[in-house]
Design a protein around this ligand. Structure first.
Ligand code: MN
Length: 342
């Protein structure tokens, strides 16, 4: 069995709110990833089986490979249907907020959520939750919201209501947020839960293919180009940098998600412990950083790129040209060798 980590009082409160709500709206974050979509769909499958009227609303579209998840076609994209999004908030008796820690993470839905009079439950694994809700179930030590949701469903005595479809969606969330169980994956109970989901009929092989083994030709060429032509390695700083300009992205018909995971690639090189990727957006340079070991990329991002995140995964922005951003980064390496690499 798995350990009980969710506070009993929160379980009771959540149960009471779910019991009395007929209309439940599930909301998740911008650029919904496999954990956002997976946990939302899993919750929807289970709550629907209890006879609830359930809708899922996300601010904008999600990656094509997630459309394979059962029920994904029913998800309402607020940017396409803004009026419908408003009506969903109006009629909801309960809003279940999944996989985000503050209203700014849901973009255009922020105001609707804040103005919504319905009860709210937050289930999330990001640091420092800052959201008005009746129940806040926040566990940053959990590898995925879908994993935390599984635990919550068990505590709500809904284990038996997790069917094959819900199991598939929970496993998709867990696989997404752990890079297919390759990071944030030291918690042995992850595998207990994974085994339970597979027993319920989750198809891990299909998820491996759909989530990790499928890539468009343009995306493959863009990533190959980025590594071949644009990767700088700084052995003296155990670091690497990849930059991509708007022109370069356009040349490969970049679509959202095409550079997902690119920042991790240099970490495969022996001796590289710290990697940065900069992508030129219309309004700024988007920076993401990853590290292995105790190199604190969250500090680099908060001190230099107006961002933040976790010890080994963080992001931020730079306002200026891509060349300036790259030069700024090289100087950070030179000036802070002792500070970060101790
Ligand atoms: Mn997540």
């Amino acid at each position: 069995m798995i350990s009980r980590i969710i506070d009993e009082k929160n379980v009771r409160l959540a149960k009471a709110l779910i019991d009395k709500a007929d209309n439940i709206l599930i909301v998740s974050h911008m650029s919904p990833d496999g954990d956002a979509v997976g946990s939302a769909l899993a919750a929807s499958h289970v709550l629907t089986s209890l006879g609830k009227e359930v809708k899922i609303l996300v601010p904008d579209n999600f990656l094509g490979q997630l459309k394979c998840l059962p029920g994904a076609k029913e998800i309402v994209i607020a940017s396409k249907y803004p009026d419908f999004a408003r009506r969903l908030f109006d009629r909801a008796g309960l809003v279940l907020c999944l996989d985000f820690n503050e209203p700014s993470r849901i973009g255009s839905l922020k105001l609707l959520l804040e103005e919504c009079k319905a009860h709210k439950i937050l289930v999330d694994h990001h640091l420092n939750p800052d959201l008005e809700a009746d129940v806040i179930i926040s566990h940053p030590e959990m590898a995925a919201t879908a994993y935390l949701l599984f635990r919550l469903l068990c505590r709500l005595e809904l284990f038996n209501e997790i069917d094959k479809n819900a199991a598939q969606c929970i496993l998709a969330g867990m696989m997404t947020d752990t890079g297919n169980f390759s990071y944030n994956c030291s918690d042995p109970e992850l595998y207990t839960v994974e085994a339970e989901l597979i027993k319920k009929g989750a198809d891990k092989e299909a998820l491996c293919r759909e989530l990790f083994g499928t890539v468009s030709e343009n995306c493959m060429r863009l990533n190959a180009y980025a590594i071949l032509k644009k990767m700088e390695v700084f052995p003296e700083f155990s670091a690497a940098l990849i930059t991509l300009s708007r022109d370069e992205l356009n040349r490969f018909h970049y679509t959202k998600g095409d550079t997902e995971g690119l920042v991790n690639r240099p970490l495969s090189i022996p001796g590289v412990r710290y990697s940065a990727f900069m992508r030129q957006e219309s309004d700024c340079i988007r920076v993401s950083m990853r590290s292995v070991g105790d190199f604190p990329v969250n500090l680099v991002c908060s001190e230099h790129f107006d961002g933040g995140g976790h010890l080994n995964a963080a992001g931020g922005d730079y306002h200026g040209t891509l060349e300036e951003a790259a030069e700024y980064f090289r100087n950070i390496l030179k000036d802070n060798k002792e500070k970060y690499l101790s």
